[in-house]
Design a protein around this ligand. Structure first.
Ligand SMILES: NC(=O)C1=CN([C@@H]2O[C@H](COP(=O)(O)OP(=O)(O)OC[C@H]3O[C@@H](n4cnc5c(N)ncnc54)[C@H](OP(=O)(O)O)[C@@H]3O)[C@@H](O)[C@H]2O)C=CC1
Ligand SMILES: CCCCCCCCCCCCCCCC(=O)[C@@H](N)CO
Length: 288
């Protein structure tokens, strides 16, 4: 049964910018009471780093529940990205992305889940990425933190389903946000060229889709035809929301794997081309 957003209490982490901000606005439009959680302070916002200390996060959730009542829907959207070759990324970057993207989703969820189970009401939304469905050049640190979210979500969904609590994992493509602009400042050429396979989405559009899927209790939330293909192809042992979804996965699997092989071939050739290009430039530099 869909969750009625009118009068519901929705907590959005990462709600001060980009996709999270748009999700908050979308839920507000549908009549929900909103708590925003981020480090910077904006309207109606509680300031906390979601990845630092569990006690702090638990406190923030308590505060939010005292003000606006029990949380009906939690959207874990706080996250960050840094692209670079494996050998160029600092080890501390791996730790930071895992903290913010993975633990930053564990803490808020852990703080609200007991009440959701008791009330037999709730939605927990995780914002992964298309880069959480396949590993790409430049995303050794980012992709792993986004893959981790999927494992968490699958295990949690199996635990809480009998309590009428539903988990959604969203896999957005590149989306036009301040975070995306920042990521692009240091993105390797290979990563940029490969990512240009899919077009850049508007955050409002991504937010609308995520809210819709969360309200309906869909485990998977994706956007566009490549998003649809990726989700179908990588369904693995993910929970299935409807018979139609399951049938579609079964029927399309072979076809989508075939298409994927062509994409993989083109990604490898992009990487190879960039490598020979760089080698050429280096010999030119040396002879000059
Ligand atoms: N834009 C894109 O191309 C895509 C983004 N995504 C994912 O969507 C989510 C949102 O991305 P986007 O809108 O681009 O990001 P932005 O960088 O625009 O916004 C990130 C939000 O997260 C908050 N945040 C970051 N770190 C922390 C922290 N440690 N504690 C609390 N809040 C934090 C920021 O607030 P503050 O700085 O105030 O703390 C801000 O509100 C991320 O998880 C990202 O990985 C997925 C696919 C594509
Ligand atoms: C049948 C198979 C179809 C295959 C299509 C494959 C397309 C792959 C493109 C992946 C782009 C990566 C987006 C990462 C966005 C992100 O999370 C960052 N921008 C965050 O800032």
């Amino acid at each position: 049964k869909p969750l009625a957003l009118s009068g519901a209490h929705v907590v959005v982490t990462g709600g001060s910018s980009g996709i999270g901000k748009c999700i908050a606005i979308e839920c507000y439009k549908q009549g929900a009471f909103i708590t925003l959680v981020a480090r910077n302070e904006v309207v109606l916002c509680i300031s906390v780093d979601v990845s630092q200390d569990y006690g702090q996060v638990e406190n923030v959730m308590k505060q939010a529940q005292e003000k606006l009542g029990p949380v009906d829907m939690l959207v874990n959207c706080a996250g960050t990205s840094l692209a670079g070759k494996f050998e160029d990324l600092e080890v501390s970057t791996f730790e930071r992305l895992m903290s913010v993207n993975y633990l930053g989703s564990v803490y808020p969820s852990r703080a609200v889940i007991t009440t959701m189970k008791e009330r037999r009401v709730g939605r927990v939304v995780f914002v992964s990425s298309q880069a959480g469905q396949l590993g790409l050049f430049g995303y050794t640190a980012y992709s792993s933190s986004k893959f981790a979210i999927r494992g968490l979500a699958e295990a949690l969904q199996m635990e809480v389903k009998p309590y009428n609590v539903y988990v959604t994992v969203a896999y957005p493509p590149d989306t036009d946000t301040p975070g995306f602009a920042k990521e692009n400042q240091t993105k390797p050429l290979e990563t940029r060229l490969i990512s240009e396979t899919t077009s850049v989405c508007k955050p409002e559009q991504v937010a609308k889709q995520i809210v819709k899927d969360a309200v309906q209790g869909n485990f998977n939330s994706s956007i566009g035809s490549d998003g649809y293909m990726l989700s179908s192809l990588t369904c693995g042992m993910a929970p299935v929301t409807s018979i139609t979804e399951g049938l579609q996965q079964v029927v399309t699997m072979g076809l989508f794997r075939t298409i994927a092989l062509f994409y993989l071939g083109s990604f490898d050739s992009i990487v190879r081309r960039c490598m020979t290009q760089k080698a050429k430039l280096e010999t030119v530099d040396k002879t000059a």
